[in-house]
Design a protein around this ligand. Structure first.
Ligand SMILES: [Zn+2]
Length: 238
């Protein structure tokens, strides 16, 4: 029984070694870090585009305000001319009035447009603040996850470093015959050479064990094998 217990311990240790190697290769945290990095870069790109648009809007507003200023000047001039009493020719007066109406319409449209641009700039400013806060939040998440990842990686590496020593110790305590059986089974069953016998069933292949096998398992102190798959049996509750 001692031997089979040790073989089981050997199997668990080998399994743990494989698990650690696989986990280190494909840690889910690495994927999460990559996802966060992409989200941060996406946010930064968005902010760059937003800032450009913000500056362009600022320039468009200044330009629009200048045009409004010029239109107001022109309107004032036209009004002065119109009400100066200097012009009496009806055709000329009509022409002046026409121009005044036209300029007033242009001014109104331009003012409306400038107002829209200002509103857009205001909204964009708020959106940029939100984006910046979101990028900062993502960066913080990234930093904290990276630390967690490094700590976890270190822990796993430490555990992994200790395994070869433990494997040597355990192997030295197993008699060569048992170890030979165990290693031979590796080619057939790869990672499960020792199987529990639970309720007279081999947990490795789920076959019901022969009466004789169950009896041997209870009574003799040497390796017992499954009649079907050949795995080394380990009695449950042992
Ligand atoms: Zn079996």
């Amino acid at each position: 029984m001692e031997q089979v217990k040790k073989l089981l311990a050997l199997q668990s240790l080998e399994k743990r070694q494989r698990e650690l190697k696989t986990a280190l290769r494909q840690m889910p945290m690495v994927r999460e870090l990559r996802r966060l990095k992409e989200a941060i870069e996406g946010g930064q790109d968005e902010m760059r585009t937003g800032k450009e648009r913000y500056n362009n809007l600022g320039q468009a507003i200044i330009k629009g305000e200048n045009i409004c200023y010029q239109l107001r000047q022109k309107i004032e001039e036209l009004q002065e001319q119109l009400y100066s009493g200097m012009i009496n020719n009806p055709k000329e007066l009509e022409n002046l009035e026409g121009q005044l109406v036209l300029h007033k319409e242009q001014l109104e449209a331009k003012e409306e447009r400038v107002f829209q641009l200002m509103e857009e700039k205001e909204n964009l400013y708020r959106a940029l603040l939100n984006s910046r806060a979101e990028v900062e939040r993502l960066k913080e998440e990234f930093r904290s996850l990276r630390i967690q990842y490094q700590v976890r990686q270190e822990e796993m590496n430490h555990e992994l470093e200790d395994i070869p020593g433990a494997l040597t110790r355990i192997t030295s305590e197993i008699d060569p015959d048992s170890l030979g059986h165990y290693n031979k089974l590796k080619s057939r069953h790869r990672n499960s050479m020792v199987a529990m016998a639970v309720n007279n069933i081999c947990a490795g292949c789920h076959f019901t064990l022969a009466f004789d096998t169950i009896k041997k398992l209870k009574e003799i102190n040497e390796l017992v094998f499954c009649d079907n798959c050949g795995r080394i049996l380990y009695p449950s509750g042992s």
